[in-house]
Design a protein around this ligand. Structure first.
Ligand code: SAM
Length: 218
């Protein structure tokens, strides 16, 4: 498969403006903003839609799924407090944009997608762009026990509840960020694992994600 990867002044300028928009909307983490300013989001779009790539909007990526809105990606990433070398599980690879942001921050990323067509495309595009996470195809609502524990877990689809299995796969001191609610809207929830069976939960702002579908989900 041939990809057209061109990053010229138009895209670079649009990326800079996107960072300014996210700053105005309240994203404060300099490292996250720097990563947003670096990852070439237009490569996840058909060339016809490159003019949409740096708008702060979600966009269809096929199979009824979306590339998340940049604000949402920045918001979730900021909550993870990524440190270089953190082992991160991402549930819902989609086209891979969020994954690239995590990799830019120096995380080691394990990312899982349940839709085969998206998975097949993303495992080709990301390495072509120079990003090399560990890719998995399957139901991420049960996590990936084989590679647990993780320092951070991010869920990029809306869940009905916080899956117990994901909490079990967190390191002590680890953080889970997950949107929880019904199919119309979800609250962003963060869970900090303070001890083997102790958790500190915070319920934050409202978002709208595509549903997390699986054994411990919808
Ligand atoms: N992370 C993506 C990005 O960077 O734009 C956003 C992905 S989209 C909002 C959510 C993704 O979660 C979809 O691709 C969907 O197929 C996937 N998904 C839903 N349920 C899942 C599950 N149980 N396991 C893995 N992926 C799942």
């Amino acid at each position: 498969m041939a990809y057209k990867f061109i990053d010229n002044y138009r895209e670079r300028g649009a990326r800079k403006r996107l960072v300014e928009i996210l700053e105005k909307k309240g994203i404060e983490d300099e490292k996250v903003l720097k990563a947003i300013g670096k990852v070439q989001r237009h490569y996840f779009f058909d060339e016809t839609f490159w003019n949409q790539a740096y708008k702060d909007i979600a966009f269809p990526i096929g199979e009824g799924q979306t590339i998340s809105q940049p604000y949402t990606v920045a918001y979730q990433t900021q909550l993870l407090h990524i440190q270089k070398g953190d082992k991160v599980l991402e549930i819902g690879t989609g086209c891979g944009y969020q994954c690239c942001i995590l990799l830019e921050l120096g995380a080691k990323v394990y990312t899982i997608e349940r839709q085969e067509k998206l998975y097949e495309r993303t495992i080709q595009v990301l390495p072509y762009m120079g990003y090399k996470p560990e890719f998995f195809l399957g139901d991420g609502s049960v996590g990936i026990a084989k590679h647990a524990p993780y320092d951070k877990i991010i869920v990029t689809a809306g869940a009905p509840t916080v899956p117990e299995t994901l909490l079990k796969q967190l390191n002590i001191g680890g953080i889970l960020v997950i949107p929880v609610g019904d199919e119309q809207s979800q609250k962003m929830v963060t869970v900090l694992k303070t001890a083997e069976n102790d958790y500190e939960r915070h319920v934050l702002d409202t978002f709208r994600f595509v549903p997390l579908v699986g054994d411990r989900a919808w």
